[in-house]
Write a protein that binds this ligand. Sequence first.
Ligand SMILES: C[S@@+](CC[C@H](N)C(=O)[O-])C[C@H]1O[C@@H](n2cnc3c(N)ncnc32)[C@H](O)[C@@H]1O
Length: 315
Amino acid sequence: MTGVLLAEPVSGEHAPVLRNAAIDSLAIRADGCYVDATFGRGGHAGEILGRLGEEGKLIGIDRDPEAAAAAAVLFDADPRAQFVRARFSELGQHVPPASADGILFDLGVSSPQLDEARRGFSFLRDGPLDMRMDPDSGASAAEFLARTDEREIAGVIARLGEERHAKRIARALVAARESGPIDTTGRLAGIVAAAVPGREPGRHPATRTFQALRIHVNDELGEIERALPQAVDALKPRGRLVVISFHSLEDRIVKRFMRSGSREDPAWAGLPEVPAAARPRLKLVGRATFADEAEVARNPRARSAVMRVAERLPE
Ligand SMILES: C[S@@+](CC[C@H](N)C(=O)[O-])C[C@H]1O[C@@H](n2cnc3c(N)ncnc32)[C@H](O)[C@@H]1O
């Protein structure tokens, strides 16, 4: 199916990024077992399911209740498919060791999550300041801003938003909450816009702050750190791990994990008998892949996407 044009997403849909490249990289066998650890609205999952025969199996995972609803429709009691509403850092509880032929992570948030004002992810749409992918667990962005001290807020915005005006923004947020809770996306965007001097061309001044709060509220980087080793355990020998990241903080974790997993423990370098635990568990497959111009033109979200692929080595 390589080269098939992606349809333009209609509002409320999610256009899967690097769909063909990701599906090709999974090297799908009709009778294989695959895991889509970030089901979203099922764009990639539908494609995987379409390539499976009667013996094939697909496990979809997502922490978002709306992804669960989408899975109920897409899977439509298909005996080959199963959806688990969970964090992907719990993958090991749902996918037995050495059972999967391929595992896909398409990180970040889906377009419908961003587009729905009531999910509170977007500075473009006013809504309650929530930002949780799973609204049933953990603290919302509004709760974080209400009870966290200025220093910690500044640290989160600096580290996860790579925002150079983080201290100034945190000061403004702490001052503003004295006059009432920061509990809508519109109020947050307004406070940040007023606190930031000048403007980055083509970027809303609150972009980096929203990114930082979203990553923090959902512990996105911790989730990736915990999930990747479990994904390798869940792969069969020669099974494929395919990860699509959307910003450098995510990609750095993925790149380091795959690189270190594909190298022998340096403590054993040059020695004749290397124990299994010190041998590489992964082999890198190809180089980082980016969306081409045509895909970026159709789907601006693809602009920052980078896909990395590794294969589990036999023990
Ligand atoms: C970019 S979207 C995936 C879109 C999907 N590939 C598609 O084609 O529809 C990312 C999805 O991963 C989910 N997600 C992100 N982090 C997660 C985590 N730690 N555990 C479970 N789901 C997560 C989000 O809720 C979102 O639905």
